[in-house]
Design a binder for this molecule. Sequence first.
Ligand SMILES: N[C@@H](CCC[C@H](N)C(=O)O)C(=O)O
Length: 313
Amino acid sequence: MKIEFTKGHGTHNDFVLVADPKDELELDAATVRRLTDRRGGIGADGVIRLTSTASVAAAGETIGDEILAEEPSAIWFMDYRNADGSVAEMCGNGVRVFAAFAEKLGLVSFGTGGRAATSSSNGVLALGTRGGVKRVRKEPNGWYAVDMGPWTLPGGDAAREAGYDAGVAVRGWDAPRPGLSVDLGNPHTVVALAGASELEGLDLTVAPEVAPTPPHGTNVELVVPLGDETAPTGEPAGRIRMRVHERGVGETQSCGTGACAAALAVRAWQGETAPDTWFVEIPGGEVRVRALPNGNVELAGPAELVYTGQLAL
Ligand SMILES: N[C@@H](CCC[C@H](N)C(=O)O)C(=O)O
């Protein structure tokens, strides 16, 4: 069997994208690992299967029904797998690349006036993910901005007040350091470092150990606050730099949900004076995170489709 694929990335968080609108492809863990293998396959941090939300519901996943009940126009679904074959609820960079892929396939068109022609309303593409409905719009500079929905600090008020609810041990550290859990539909633990040189010197070749052990694992963001600035829009903004160790992958060049988690953690640590807009520098580029007035968080950044091909499985 041959599959047609597209290779894409969002700030160098890279994906193999497969269109499967009629739900004909069996994407088991071994197939995912074959596709993401950087020597024996195509190579990527994850696989994105574009399928119909109705087929997800028909396969017995209640999230499919929940998405269509909340947003009937969310007819397309991002089925996301990490490089190791595990299923992840959400991928922020992936949603942007999914939108670019759906555009290329002609399933949606954001149009010159920013209006999507199908599966959308008011120029906004609504799509289903295991982390709920996500809404994407295209900015004049070609970036995709995703309303990532609500986020939480799972440790509750106690964690918010203390500023941490986990201990994180990175290889080479003498002792664990405090980390704050942030839930973006998928789990994150954010740790602040003193400076950029410490960030550059981190050994992330092995997964940081997090205690108490999160029930479903966690992505870990190591972050350095770089100070405040004025955004091109004139609004106050913060700037941070981060590296990330992704659950099910290892260190990646970028993580969209991780960028949101890192910005939201630093915003919480900074307190009432913190800005809502944040620029997040990652090894693969830069994204923008905005805490929206309705309690949701928005992620904006580029999405690139690089090449297409066929692979015999
Ligand atoms: N790189 C993604 C996150 C992908 C899923 C993550 N590894 C997990 O298991 O939760 C992003 O851009 O958000």
